[in-house]
Write a protein that binds this ligand. Structure first.
Ligand code: SF4
Length: 178
């Protein structure tokens, strides 16, 4: 069965439907996200299962994984990130064009997880801003999909001006992101 997305909020009458440009853009973006998987360890294996036929991430309009940051708009970070890898992760994020979003998959990416050690970054939000955190060690594919659906809701309702707002600029400045 083919399932189409619901129309955004708007006004309708006989023969017409009107809505905002922001809502149309949000709807299109939310259903055509191109993820870049940045997988370093066990959570990456769960993500591979999420891509497999049982869970089939392609159902969400996200079939096309990108391994180039310049052709991706969602960074999926799955796994333990060593402090030495932090600058690499930040460089990958820097190379993505706006608008871009980030999901931290699992305890390690979200907070360092069980690795409270000198060498492990205690959460990727120490180097880049994160939009959605997926808990679990590892999270099941259902949880990863739930995180992606939550991101789709954020994308759908993002204001068209957000990326030019002083608040967004302040957020980027706090991470020294150009
Ligand atoms: S959260 Fe758990 S499963 Fe995921 S990378 Fe860390 S140790 Fe592995």
């Amino acid at each position: 069965m083919v399932k189409t997305v619901n129309a955004p909020d708007g006004f309708e009458g006989p023969g017409f439907f009107a809505t905002g440009v922001d809502k149309i853009i949000g709807l299109a973006r939310a259903n055509s996200l191109w993820p870049l998987p940045f997988a370093t360890s066990c959570c990456g294996i769960e993500f591979m299962a999420t891509m497999g036929s049982n869970y089939d991430l392609a159902r969400f309009g996200m079939e096309r994984m990108s391994f180039s940051p310049r052709q991706a708009d969602v960074l999926l970070v799955a796994g333990t990130i060593a402090k030495k890898l932090g600058p690499v992760l930040k460089q990958v994020y820097d190379q993505m064009a706006e608008p871009r979003w980030v999901i931290a998959i699992g305890a390690c990416a979200s907070s360092g997880g069980i690795f409270d050690t000198y060498s492990v970054l205690q959460g990727i939000d120490k180097v880049i801003p994160v939009d959605v955190y997926v808990p679990g060690c590892p999270p099941r594919p259902e949880q990863i999909i739930d995180g992606i659906i939550k991101l789709q809701e954020l994308v759908k309702h993002e204001s068209g001006n957000r990326r030019n707002s002083p608040e967004y600029k302040a957020l980027k400045d706090s991470y020294q992101i150009s």
